[in-house]
Design a protein around this ligand. Structure first.
Ligand SMILES: NC(=O)c1ccc[n+]([C@@H]2O[C@H](COP(=O)([O-])OP(=O)(O)OC[C@H]3O[C@@H](n4cnc5c(N)ncnc54)[C@H](OP(=O)(O)O)[C@@H]3O)[C@@H](O)[C@H]2O)c1
Length: 197
């Protein structure tokens, strides 16, 4: 099927593109910066629609035309999670799309309420608005915390440290989470039952 990945140039978007291509899907990308993509991935795309920002309606219309499904992999900013996703959802509705995977690779926000944890408020609000008013029943993947995030650092393009353990701000190659990375470990404290925001 032809799948649009919005935010394809990000951490999750790049991995989703590679996974889709490996499974024989056609992948269309939407983003502001095609240069962030590995040339091998970029050349394998059905097309890349360049946008100015998340409210670039003409780019959204072009991006959703003729696709079978949308994967939203926008970054975790509040305005992307709410306004950005709603504008993309409305464009998908107008194009008659039924499959829309929302950018919700995060904690199970169904178990909390608005204002419990502000970072989840736009995701809860998006889901509530889509449920009330959209012809699309949005899909969500709730992952909990991705452990790799703990191993990333500011300015690093991937999530994990280099083989020598030194943070590399410009890791070579697209696969900074690949099998050649050094062994990872995580310290766990407490009993596992303490509340943790
Ligand atoms: N569960 C976890 O532990 C965990 C960890 C990481 C991420 N996540 C979730 O996964 C999702 C994707 O995260 P990510 O780390 O892959 O995101 P990311 O790399 O920070 O960003 C994804 C994309 O968002 C696009 N973007 C940013 N600002 C934009 C704007 N103003 N207008 C249009 N597009 C914009 C960028 O594309 P361009 O620059 O090309 O436009 C960027 O490539 C988020 O919902 C995040 O919360 C969850």
């Amino acid at each position: 099927m032809l799948i649009l990945i919005a935010g394809i140039t990000g951490n999750v978007g790049k991995q989703a593109a590679r996974a889709g291509l490996e499974r024989g899907h056609e992948i269309r990308g939407l983003g502001r910066s095609p240069s962030k993509l590995d040339p091998a991935v970029l050349s394998g795309l059905e097309s890349f629609v360049q946008s100015e920002n998340y409210y670039d309606i003409s780019a959204l219309e072009k991006a959703v035309k003729g696709v079978d499904a949308v994967i939203c992999a926008y970054g975790g900013l509040a305005e992307l999670a709410l306004e950005g996703q709603l504008l993309l959802l409305r464009a998908a509705e107008r194009a008659g799309i039924k499959r829309f995977l929302a950018a919700s690779w995060n904690y199970d926000w169904r178990r909390i309420s608005l204002h419990d944890q502000e970072v989840y408020d736009p995701y809860i609000a998006f889901h509530a608005q889509a449920s009330l008013s959209s012809s699309i029943k949005t899909l969500h993947i709730l992952t909990g915390m991705l452990a790799e995030v703990f191993f990333g650092s500011h300015k690093e393009r991937g999530f994990t440290p280099a083989d020598d353990g030194v943070w590399d701000p410009e890791p070579q190659g697209a696969d900074s989470t690949g099998p050649n990375q050094r062994a990872r470990s995580m310290d766990v404290y407490g009993t596992g039952n303490e509340p943790w925001s």
